[in-house]
Design a protein around this ligand. Structure first.
Ligand SMILES: [Zn+2]
Length: 423
């Protein structure tokens, strides 16, 4: 058993922080055994204690929606809305991942960057290409980070070189499941229909069947943009709505499911998300950058719908989930104003909880320091932010708002210290 001493902070629920100034945390076999104010309270007399001194120890970040092959476009191409943005910028870049050498170069940078900003788990879209997707999974494995990696299913309404036959998709997924499908592994495949407009009913049916047959989670996009929603209504006239269309194909909570954006989900769709335990990936920067709108996250949380945070690079321009917390709070203030102060804005503890325990729940017992949780943690050294005049919680808030990856000095994923992979 290992014991670490530091200022320990986490959110057991969304309404409050648990803070242990000079606290102790016991970790065994990669999991948290307990936290306490004294070493003795952890049932440990002569244990060796690693003392992290005057630093903050917090759960690591979880990114529940990001596109690895859009990494080169990060910070570019913010002049179009979703559908033309895909056609003009995103699809041409994704087509380049047919070349595994290109994928290796870009994916290595992407995984390194996630590590740098303290994201230890991510739900990731790759492309349709099986070899490049496998390489991305291997890179996550080499780095020691946790990831659900999606070979993307697409066979219509996109360039020909990004379309794959239903049989091709199934056999590619089966190869990835055979090679990387171990349920205990930190890196696993996830069923990833890009979104309804790019998938025929046959392909969506195949996705649902694969998810059920292999017990795989599902990720996709939902109700991001009004043009997209109108297109789905045309393509799936027999469905009651966008979410219902996924549900009919077995892609809406039949296995663990995360849906990105949900900016325009109506009451019926929200009800279905709640009933099916579907997680919303809230992507505040992407929703602003490609002018989709402001997702009513406060309403979702109050309804009991699960919500995590997603960077959504490259619709989003920033990979840091710490930044996403700030943006999530800021955009919630837009709704606060718009509602005539009826809808309260998000608190810091809620944003932190979405980034850690709530988002982390998509990956297992991840994102908290309660007993039994995977020890996914970041050690933050905020010495350069003049911490002497502040409480522990104020130091965390200042780090979230004004700090960056240079303040993250150690990273742990399931108890193992993770060092960066080479570029
Ligand atoms: Zn996305």
């Amino acid at each position: 058993m290992k014991i670490f001493k530091a200022h320990i902070i986490y959110t057991p629920d969304r309404h409050h922080f648990e803070v242990l100034e000079n606290g102790y945390i016991a970790v065994d076999a990669g999991r948290v055994v307990g936290v306490a104010s004294t070493c003795e309270a952890l049932g440990c007399k002569d244990c060796e204690v690693t003392d992290f001194g005057n630093r903050l120890l917090i759960p690591a970040m979880n990114d529940v929606h990001v596109h690895a092959p859009q990494y080169r476009n990060q910070g570019l191409a913010m002049d179009l809305e979703l559908l033309p943005w895909l056609d003009n910028y995103t699809f041409p870049e994704e087509a380049r991942f047919a070349d595994v050498g290109y994928a290796e170069r870009l994916y290595r940078r992407f995984v390194h960057h996630l590590w740098r900003v303290g994201t230890m788990r991510a739900a990731v879209f790759a492309t349709i290409h099986t070899p490049a997707t496998r390489r991305l999974m291997e890179l996550f494995g080499e780095a020691g980070l946790g990831a659900l990696v999606g070979k993307v299913a697409m066979n219509r309404n996109c360039p020909e070189q990004l379309q794959e036959s239903v049989d091709g998709y199934i056999s590619g997924m089966e190869q990835l499941v055979a090679d990387c499908g171990d349920r205990e592994s930190l890196v696993r495949p996830i069923v990833t229909p890009r979104f309804i407009p790019t998938c025929t009913p046959e392909l969506l049916t195949a996705c649902g069947e694969l998810a059920q047959r292999y017990g795989l989670p599902v990720q996709s996009h939902l109700s991001e943009n009004l043009g997209e929603i109108a297109l789905v209504r045309q393509l799936e006239p027999q469905s009651k709505g966008y979410g219902d269309a996924y549900h009919r194909y077995g892609l809406f909570g039949q296995t663990p499911t995360v849906m990105a954006h949900c900016v325009w989900s109506d009451a019926a769709e929200q009800q279905l998300m709640l009933q099916q335990g579907v997680m919303v990936a809230h992507c505040p920067t992407s929703n602003l950058n490609i002018a989709s709108g402001v997702a009513p996250v406060r309403t979702y949380l109050d309804a009991g719908i699960r919500v995590g945070l997603g960077s959504d690079v490259s619709g989003g321009h920033d990979l840091s989930i710490f930044r996403m917390m700030v943006y999530a709070i800021q955009v919630s203030k837009v709704l606060y104003q718009r509602s005539g102060h009826e809808l309260p804005f998000l608190s810091l503890s809620e944003a932190f909880w979405m980034a850690t325990k709530s988002g982390g729940s998509f990956f297992g017992k991840v994102g908290s320091f309660e007993p039994g949780y995977d020890f996914d943690a970041l050690l933050v050294d905020d010495a350069s932010l003049y911490p002497d005049d502040y409480s522990i919680l104020e130091r965390l808030e200042r780090f979230i708002y004004t700090g960056d990856d240079r303040h993250i000095v150690r990273r742990f994923c399931r108890g193992r210290e993770v060092s960066c992979i080479g570029l």
